[in-house]
Design a protein around this ligand. Structure first.
Ligand code: PB1
Length: 328
C-alpha cells in the first residue's frame, strides 16, 4: 500500500532519513565579513542588525570562537573611505586595502580556515560601479584586466579562493589565465558568481559596503531577474573559461536556477549566496513575530541544499554554528 506515508515519518530518525542530502554541517557554510582599516573598530551595519564592519583585531576576536565551533570558510569584503576611491579602483589591491592586510594575518591566526576574497571594483571606485568606464560605457577589456590584477594580488598575499562578483564578460577566463601566469593556479580556486542577478535584495549590502552606484544601476552587467536561458549561458561560459566552482546569487528567489545549475554541472561545487536583503527579511520578520528565526533558518538552509547547493554563503553563519552545536 504505497499510499500510506505516515509510516515513514513517525520517528525522528525516520524523518532524518527522509531528508538525506539536506544535511547542514559547518563546511556547508561560508561566512561573509566586512573589513575596515581601523584595526580596533567595530561599526554596526544599520541595515543588517547583528552584522558589523570590523577592523582586523576585532575580526580575530570575533572569529576565534566561531572557528572553535567548526567555521570552515569566510568571504572577505573590503570597505575603504571615500577618499581612497577613484576611477580605476587603485586601492582594491594596494597595501592600504583592508583585505590585502587581513589575509596574511588570518592565514597565520587560523591555519585551517579557508579564506575567500570577493573580487570587485565597486567598493573602491568613486562611481560605485563594478567595471571601469571608457568611451560610451563600461570598458570590458580594461575592467577584466584590472579584476585579474586584483585577483592575482589577493592570491599572492594568501587568498585560497578568489570570487569575482563583478559580472563583467570573460572575467573568469582573464582571471584564470592571470592566476596561471602568476604560478598561483594550484593554490587559488576560482569561485565564479556565475548566475548573479540584478536583484532588489542587495540594498542592505550596499549600505554596509558603501558601494551603491553613484549613477544608473547594474542592469547592464548583472542578469535580468526573470532570465533563465541567459543565466544558464553565463554558467556555461564560466565553466568553459575555467571556473573551479560556481555560484547562484541571490538564493531563495532563484532556487530553480540553483537546481538547473546543479543538474547541468553536477561535478562542480555549487555555492548559493543568501544575500543581505534575504538576511534582513528573515531577521525583521522574526523580530516582528512572524516566525521563530532558528527553525525558519534551518528550513531555508535545507531548501538551498535540496535545490543543489553544496555551500551556502550566509550572514547567519554564527547563529547556524550555534544551532549545530546545540544539536550535538
Ligand atoms: O549580500 C549581498 O547583498 C551581496 C551583494 C553583492 C556582494 N557580492 C554585490 C551586489 C551588488 O551590490 O550589486 C556586490 C557587487 N560587487
Amino acid at each position: 500500500m504505497a499510499n500510506k506515508l505516515h509510516s515513514g515519518i513517525h520517528h525522528a530518525t525516520l524523518r532524518s532519513l527522509q531528508e538525506c542530502g539536506c544535511e547542514i554541517t559547518p563546511h556547508n557554510l561560508m561566512y561573509p565579513l566586512f573589513l575596515i582599516n581601523q584595526d580596533d573598530a567595530v561599526e554596526p551595519v544599520g541595515s543588517m542588525p547583528g552584522i558589523m564592519r570590523m577592523g582586523l583585531n576585532k575580526l580575530r576576536a570575533h572569529l576565534t570562537p566561531l572557528v572553535a565551533k567548526g567555521l570552515g570558510s569566510v568571504l572577505l569584503f573590503g570597505i575603504v573611505d571615500s577618499s581612497m576611491k577613484d576611477d580605476v579602483a587603485t586601492h582594491a589591491d594596494s597595501e592600504k586595502n583592508p583585505v590585502m592586510r587581513a589575509v596574511p594575518q588570518l592565514r597565520q591566526w587560523f591555519p585551517d580556515l579557508l579564506i575567500a576574497c570577493d573580487v570587485c571594483l565597486c567598493p573602491y571606485k568613486k562611481d560605485g560601479h563594478c567595471g571601469i568606464f571608457g568611451e560610451g560605457g563600461i570598458d570590458n577589456k580594461r575592467s577584466i584586466a584590472r579584476l585579474a590584477e586584483v585577483a592575482v594580488n589577493y592570491g599572492r598575499v594568501g587568498a585560497q579562493i578568489v570570487a569575482p562578483s563583478d559580472m563583467m564578460d570573460n572575467r573568469i577566463g582573464a582571471i584564470k589565465q592571470a592566476l596561471v601566469a602568476a604560478n598561483l593556479e594550484n593554490r587559488v580556486s576560482l569561485l565564479s558568481y556565475a548566475a548573479k542577478f540584478a536583484s532588489n535584495f542587495y540594498g542592505p549590502f550596499r549600505d554596509a559596503a558603501q558601494s551603491k552606484p553613484a549613477f544608473g544601476d547594474r542592469r547592464c552587467y548583472q542578469l535580468p531577474s526573470g532570465s533563465k536561458g541567459l543565466a544558464m549561458r553565463a554558467v556555461q561560459r564560466d565553466v568553459q573559461e575555467g571556473a573551479d566552482m560556481l555560484m547562484v546569487k541571490p538564493g531563495m528567489p532563484y532556487l530553480d536556477i540553483l537546481r538547473a545549475t546543479k543538474d547541468t554541472y553536477p561535478h562542480y561545487p555549487l555555492f548559493v549566496y543568501q544575500v543581505s536583503g534575504e538576511y534582513a527579511m528573515l531577521y525583521h520578520a522574526a523580530q516582528n513575530g512572524a516566525f521563530e528565526l532558528k527553525s525558519v533558518l534551518m528550513e531555508t538552509m535545507k531548501g538551498f541544499r535540496r535545490a543543489g547547493a553544496d555551500c551556502i554563503i550566509t550572514y547567519f553563519t554564527p547563529l547556524l554554528l550555534e544551532i549545530l552545536e546545540d544539536l550535538k
